[in-house]
Design a protein around this ligand. Sequence first.
Ligand SMILES: O=C(O)CCC(=O)C(=O)O
Ligand SMILES: [Fe+2]
Length: 319
Amino acid sequence: MFKDKFKYYKSKNPTPELGRVLNFNSVDPNTRNKVQKVALPVQDVPVFFGFKPLESWEVYEIIDRPGLIFIKNPFTILGQRYWTVRCLKDFSNKPNKSNLDSAKKIPDNKDWWEMCQNNNVLLLNKLRWVTLGYHHNWDTKVYSESNRGKFPKDLQEMASFLATTLGYSRYSAEAAIINYYHMDSTLSGHTDHSERNLAAPLFSFSFGQTAIFLIGGPTLQDIAIPLFIRSGDIVVMSKESRLCYHGVPKILQVDNRMWCSLEQGSDKLVPKDYKETVDICKDENLWKPFGSYLTHSRININVRQVLFEGEKLLEIGSS
Ligand SMILES: O=C(O)CCC(=O)C(=O)O
Ligand SMILES: [Fe+2]
């Protein structure tokens, strides 16, 4: 049952045994029996900025959770750094909504990240979530046209590239939730069901420390399967798994900081609009505070398509 597993992996005392957690880093016999490799359709799409060549991608599906696709870190280190900087420095700024809005601690015209660097490091650790595009109202679980911000072009483009790569040709990223986890953070079991278009996959990108992620079934009584999600890994919830219960009972601190040193020649294909952020990523001094944040945090970007193609939104969702 989901709640028991969640409690088990969350527990500090006794600490849980991790041998049954699906591990895509070294596909051991336990993992090998439970997953199958997915071949990507051969496509002639130029690889999106920040990704390794498609031929090197390792893509799996969990056999007991059809539609739960796991892409083992397809990002370059520059790509991981890029999204980390975007999430911390840019996406967290107003007018995007965040959990800090209610605290009224951030003046409208301030660059949030700079403010934290200069004099308010504590504020940095209080950031828990930001929404982009259609804002998901946590209380009513409703998306509405009147509660909608801009959706960043780069994130839209990355989601579309991924959708095309997986065979979904007309994906439109319309809402995202960015979750900022610290070492003691958890995310309890839930389903993401407020989107109207549940045929469109949900894409989940993670950077920084490792999560134990639980993927359950359509009800809380179904068996929950634990897996490690590491920096750069992508989880796709599609088909039958789109409406499965899931949650994060634990964040683990790892010593393997994959984002630490840039690979040679990783800067070849930087689109013009991305240059300002990439310049930060490539300057070790400027990158340093972002890297430090990742040593005790995890960032997850959760992208959804809300509507069917051509559909207009009135007031949707349900609790
Ligand atoms: O952090 C994660 O891996 C999952 C986040 C999630 O499920 C959500 O934002 O709905
Ligand atoms: Fe979720």
